[in-house]
Every structure is written in structure tokens, then in C-alpha cells.
Design a protein around this ligand. Structure first.
Ligand SMILES: NC(=O)c1ccc[n+]([C@@H]2O[C@H](COP(=O)([O-])OP(=O)(O)OC[C@H]3O[C@@H](n4cnc5c(N)ncnc54)[C@H](O)[C@@H]3O)[C@@H](O)[C@H]2O)c1
Length: 363
């Protein structure tokens, strides 16, 4: 099945918004002109790497606006209160006011930071997500979660603040390093495992063309994976229920990232190992056959994602999981796959079962 080149999916939030898949950077200005006649001033936030490659293209369509580009350095550290404060100073210097539109041009870091800035600047100004990483296109730009980090933890200060629109130009992925592709693939495969068996089969069948970065196949991969995220956040905007399934692999993954001090392991690698650990746990609970666990493991490995980790102490990792934000009343809340294409929230995993799952992924 091949999809048309341009597609719009609506997120059915309290304030619904469209996700434009296959739009082009140059055309954003025309869309804004048609739909938001009152916009005069636009602030684009990006980082030096992305702006260097894509600013000229985006700017082409925005020539009729008073336009400012704010550059923040690359990296997770920039999701900080200090950076928010600096953005505020710069925005005021540029004459931003309550009618200013803010555009996030970048990956999840720029999207989260800029979205949170937009949510609090002058008590909230409009913003648009223009995601440029695979992870941002299939995951972080959709769903309205925006945040910065705090020394006490990741994404501690944040909000649900939906964008006016998500403007996804697939061509921006052509310049992405493979490590960053892997981060997005881990989340896309997670989407398939929790709710879309056909998407999982697509990954299995098209693995070669995905690795070769075949443009048609990537288009389809991003579109179908984004559709999973849209469907889930439309049903549960504020994560009261089903949206929690998107955390598959993350409780295990975060424990690894914390233990390794966020170095030597990427988020996608942590999620990948975490998915396999959760699959082993699901198997122990009779939710998944051995063959299904192997199938999930194989698919992650095909794309170079790790499914085991060396020299870790399961007890220490278990301790990190005690601090998981998702736990309730001392109980660990874990997402477990149910076969492939479904998942459940489990409040019934014992420490012994979790330790056994860790042992399965420690080489
Ligand atoms: N809000 C949410 O729902 C949500 C969901 C998942 C993750 N996140 C957040 O997303 C962040 C991770 O996002 P990410 O993986 O996109 O990382 P990122 O934003 O740090 O981008 C990764 C790297 O890719 C570079 N880059 C971006 N686009 C590029 C392009 N088109 N070509 C070449 N290089 C490019 C960036 O400069 C950066 O160095 C984390 O902070 C995480 O907490 C948020």
C-alpha cells in the first residue's frame, strides 16, 4: 500500500489541530496567510545545525511577516529554565507581543523548549511545530506535551499546550544522522507493538528499504507511525488512561539511562532494551509467546538497536525504577505488550518478576 504524498490528520483534542504530513517548509507561510490573517510577527526558534540547513527554505514562505530567528545551542541541556529566561529576553527585544506566532523548527528538544516557552510567554501565544527529526515527527511534536528539565528530573516543568498545527516536511529527515534515526525507529516500533500489528509487519517487510532510506517507504513509515500517536492522544489527551501505553519500554529504559548517567546510551537504545525487557515480563505473565518476544527482539536488532546490555546490576536498576514518575502508591506501573499490536497497563508486577526480566536482557 502506498500513500498519497500529502496528508492531513486531525488530533481530536479539546483544541483540535491538524498534523500535515508531507507538507513542505516553503509552503508554511501560505498556509498561515490563508488561515491566520491577524499574524504579523513570527519568532522561529531553532538550533545552529538545523537553522544552517533549513532556515532559508522556511524563510522563503515567511517573507511577508516581521520575522526573527532565535538560535539556541544544540542539546538536551537547553531544555532549561535559564534558556527559557533568555528566550524571553530575546523575544521582548524583538518586540514580541501576545499576537506573535512562535515556530519550533527542530527535533524534540527544540519542540519541547519552544512549546513550553509559547505556553507561558504573555500567558500563552500561538505556536507551530515543524519537526525535523524522526522522533519529533512520529512522536514528540504530536500530543501537546511541552516541557523543560530541572536538576530534579527530566520534563519536570511542563504543560499540555497543543500547537496550532504540526507541519511535517519529510525531506528534513534526509540530513539526519543514523544514531538519530535509531531514536525515532525505537519509538515507531514501539507504536507498532502497542497498537498496530500491520505497522509491525510493514517494518518487517520493508526493513531493507527503510535502512536504505527509500523516500517512499519513509513517507509511509512516518505517516503510519504518526497516525498511531494521533489516534492515542486523540482518545486520551491528558494521559488519564490509554496514552500511558506510549510508555512501553520507558520505565526500564529510563532506569538504564539514569544508571549510566545519560552517557554511553541513547534514549532510543534505552527504549529498545526496555521494550525487550517488558516483552520478557509479558511472556512470564502469559501475555506474549516466546516466538512473539523473539520477533520483537529481531525487529529492533535489524535496525541496529541493542536488545541487551552488559555489566549491569539488576537490583540497582530495580531501585531506579522505584523513583519512576508513573508509579502510584508504591506500586510500579508497567506497560506490557499483549502479543504484538496490543498492550496493557500492569499494576501487578512483582519485584522478582522485574528482576527476572532485567536478567534476560543483561548479557
Ligand atoms: N513532548 C513529547 O511528547 C516528547 C516525546 C518524546 C520525546 N520528547 C523529548 O524529545 C527530546 C529528544 O528529541 P530528538 O530525539 O528529536 O532530539 P534532538 O532534538 O536533540 O535532536 C537530535 C539531534 O539531531 C539534530 N537534528 C535535528 N534535526 C535534524 C535534521 N533534519 N538534520 C540533521 N540534524 C538534525 C539536532 O541538532 C540534534 O543534535 C527529548 O528532550 C525528549 O524528552 C518529547
Amino acid at each position: 500500500m502506498s500513500l498519497v504524498t500529502w496528508q492531513k490528520i486531525d488530533v481530536a483534542a479539546k483544541d483540535p489541530y491538524p498534523v500535515f504530513l508531507g507538507a513542505s517548509l516553503e509552503e508554511l507561510g501560505e498556509y498561515l496567510h490563508r488561515h491566520y490573517r491577524d499574524i504579523e510577527h513570527i519568532l522561529v526558534v531553532s538550533n545552529p545545525v538545523i537553522a544552517d540547513i533549513y532556515w532559508e527554505r522556511l524563510k522563503q514562505g515567511l517573507m511577508n511577516y516581521r520575522l526573527n530567528l532565535l538560535i539556541v545551542p544544540a542539546g538536551e541541556n537547553e531544555k532549561s529554565l535559564d534558556r527559557l529566561s533568555q528566550l524571553t529576553t530575546e523575544a521582548l527585544r524583538c518586540g514580541a507581543d501576545r499576537k506573535t506566532l512562535v515556530i519550533a523548527l527542530g527535533g524534540g528538544v527544540i519542540g519541547d523548549l519552544t512549546g513550553f516557552f509559547a505556553s507561558i510567554f504573555m500567558r500563552g501565544v500561538r505556536f507551530i511545530q515543524v519537526p525535523t527529526t524522526l522522533l519529533a515527527q512520529v512522536d514528540s511534536s504530536i500530543g501537546g506535551k511541552v516541557a523543560v528539565n530541572h536538576p530534579a528530573g527530566k520534563n519536570i516543568l511542563g504543560a499540555f499546550y497543543p500547537p496550532l498545527a504540526v507541519w511535517t516536511d519529510f525531506s528534513t529527515l534526509e540530513t539526519l544522522e543514523w544514531d538519530e534515526v535509531e531514536n525515532g525507529l525505537a519509538e515507531s516500533i514501539k507504536h507498532a507493538i502497542i497498537s498496530d500489528l500491520a505497522l509491525f509487519e510493514f517494518f518487517e517487510n520493508e526493513q531493507q528499504r527503510i535502512k536504505q532510506r527509500d523516500k517512499t517507504i519513509w513517507r509511509e513509515m512516518v505517516t503510519r507511525s504518526s497516525a498511531v500517536k494521533v489516534k492515542i492522544v486523540s482518545e486520551d489527551e491528558h494521559e488519564q488512561g490509554i496514552r500511558g501505553l506510549l510508555n512501553l519500554g520507558h520505565s526500564f529504559g529510563h532506569a538504564l539511562e539514569t544508571q549510566m548517567n545519560y552517557s554511553g546510551i541513547t534514549h532510543g537504545q534505552g527504549v529498545s532494551i526496555g521494550i525487550v525487557a517488558a516483552a520478557h515480563l509479558a511472556h512470564a505473565k502469559g501475555l506474549m509467546s516466546r516466538a512473539e518476544v523473539e520477533r520483537a527482539r529481531r525487529l529492533l536488532e535489524v535496525f541496529g538497536l541493542p536488545t541487551t546490555i552488559k555489566e549491569q546490576n539488576p537490583q540497582t536498576l530495580l531501585q531506579h525504577m522505584q523513583a519512576d514518575k508513573k508509579n502510584q502508591g508504591g506500586r510500579k506501573i508497567l506497560i506490557l505488550p499483549k502479543g504484538i499490536g496490543q498492550a496493557i497497563v500492569s499494576r501487578e508486577c512483582t519485584d522478582q518478576e522485574i528482576l527476572s526480566a532485567w536478567q534476560q536482557v543483561i548479557a
